[in-house]
Write a protein that binds this ligand. Structure first.
Ligand code: G4P
Length: 198
């Protein structure tokens, strides 16, 4: 998606260990117009898939996920990284997600009340890096007996393992911007899918 690539080129900052900071328009301050355009592109890609729910993980996935869910006119559900004291044992699905970037392992959960076997679920997240967050969400969906329709991502770091992992699991991935390298502080992009060229 050209609009996003241009923003990344203009305002993204490359940090050590292949981290791209996009705090001024995605991860801290959010550009609502750009976010809406990104949501529309993801809606366009998945619109014929009979989506009944959009699932993400707190915190940065929530903004794109809610806009995408609004376009599908379905609820947005986010996995929590801690168990609320009001949730009883056995009333939620749980899985472990290790973050290589942050070097922490979180138990992520969703309440059984909000994910059902009849759901066709679209996963949305801001970054695809090592794919652990996305695979954790896939695991929660499978635990509920629901179906994974695909994964919609704003920024994919294609040189990390996530894309390969999702492809290997036959999961349909739509990434709006695919970064092939962050070496020497320079952002290089992959060729985008046709639908996302505007
Ligand atoms: P994975 O989610 O694909 O497995 O990758 P990884 O473990 O490396 O990433 C962990 C967290 O770091 C995720 O956020 C992910 O979105 C974020 N992340 C990964 N690479 C980058 C990057 O280059 N730039 C930025 N800004 N974030 C990156 P999270 O743990 O879900 O936390 P939150 O930030 O959404 O709260």
């Amino acid at each position: 998606m050209k609009l996003l690539e241009n923003m990344v080129k203009q305002d993204g900052k490359v940090y050590p260990n292949n981290v791209l900071k996009v705090d001024s328009f995605i991860n801290h301050q959010i550009d609502p117009k750009l976010m809406m355009e990104m949501a529309k592109s993801l809606y366009e890609y998945f619109k014929d898939k009979n989506i009944t729910k959009v699932l993400t993980i707190e915190s940065s996935g929530i903004a794109p996920a809610i806009l995408v869910a609004n376009l599908f006119n379905v609820p947005m559900l986010f996995a929590k990284k801690s168990v609320p004291s009001t949730l009883k044992r056995n009333s939620f699905y749980e899985t472990k997600v290790h973050s290589y970037t942050k070097n922490v392992t979180n138990n992520i959960i969703v309440s059984k009340d909000f994910l059902h076997s009849k759901d066709n679920v679209l996963i949305i997240d801001d970054f695809l890096a090592n794919g652990r967050a996305a695979m954790g969400l896939v695991d929660l969906i499978e635990k509920a007996g629901a179906s994974v329709v695909g994964v919609g991502i704003l920024i994919e770091k294609s040189f990390q393992e996530g894309r390969k992992l999702l492809d290997k699991n036959n999961i349909d991935v739509c990434s709006l911007c695919r970064i092939s390298s962050l070496e020497n502080g320079k952002v290089e992009f992959n060729k985008a899918d046709d639908i996302l060229k505007k």
